[in-house]
Design a protein around this ligand. Sequence first.
Ligand code: FAD
Length: 263
Amino acid sequence: MKICVLVKEVPDAAVEKRIDNSTGRMDRSGEKNLNPYDTHAIEAAMQIREGGAVPVEEIVAVTMGPESAVRALHKAVSLGADRSVHLSDGAVAGSDVAATGYALAKTLQRESPDLVLLGQQSDDGECYTIGAVVAEHLGMPSLTQVIKMDVDPDALRCERQAEYGYDTVQIKLPAVISVGDAINEPRYPSLKAIMGAKKKPLDTVGIGDVEIDASKVGGENSAAQWVAAKAPPPKGAGEIIEDEDTNETVEKIVAWLDERKLI
Ligand SMILES: Cc1cc2nc3c(=O)[nH]c(=O)nc-3n(C[C@H](O)[C@H](O)[C@H](O)COP(=O)(O)OP(=O)(O)OC[C@H]3O[C@@H](n4cnc5c(N)ncnc54)[C@H](O)[C@@H]3O)c2cc1C
């Protein structure tokens, strides 16, 4: 089995997210990191390999992003991927979700994976949609919020986390699975793996290498256009209840909660 894992470089969680008003794009300057949700997808791939129910010949990390995104690939490799593929081309800059999904699907097509794994969401865009778009272009079935996987040579039995409980779904391979963050506890990379990550094969490709139609990617060819962004309204000052008489304080807190129908 060959598993491809989609990984994305995102601004570090500690960095405040901003829109660059001159371009309408997210300001991605500053510290960046591997999207934390994607570490669950890499861990899921590693557990399939280590579980031994099916032989896993290769785990390949795939990203689309600027030059700096290579660091997310190194991190993915240090967590267990055997090699990585980086779609890096000025023509894809500014792509919306549909164009990004198309470009990633074309990049994956060249790899012919049996299974594509990805995170439930990115920490910056938070669209939760790339899995479905990629699956549609690849003509593969797709599941989201998967928190358990049992693998057969040509099928997967998955548990999905839903609001009402858990769905158990059987799906034929090849397939695209976006994993929920409850699926596993990602491992930490060893120092040796971190040091060795840069030596693992990395294939940098442009749109021509993976037969991407230039008229379907990039900001100008995207159907979604950013119009405006505004910060959420500032939070009002809280209400401070001084504790002079505990019974009275408790009554005040209960009344406050009751007024807002919180109890
Ligand atoms: C008008 C417009 C312009 C935009 N311009 C840019 C831009 O210039 N640069 C930019 O980076 N983004 C840009 N974006 C955002 C970009 O479209 C989204 O980041 C992208 O479509 C993925 O959506 P998401 O991050 O919300 O992914 P989600 O659907 O929330 O992510 C789910 C999973 O998909 C995978 N994934 C998502 N994105 C990638 C990726 N690039 N490579 C590999 N795996 C991935 C990850 O595994 C992730 O966990 C733009 C969006 C719009 C609407």
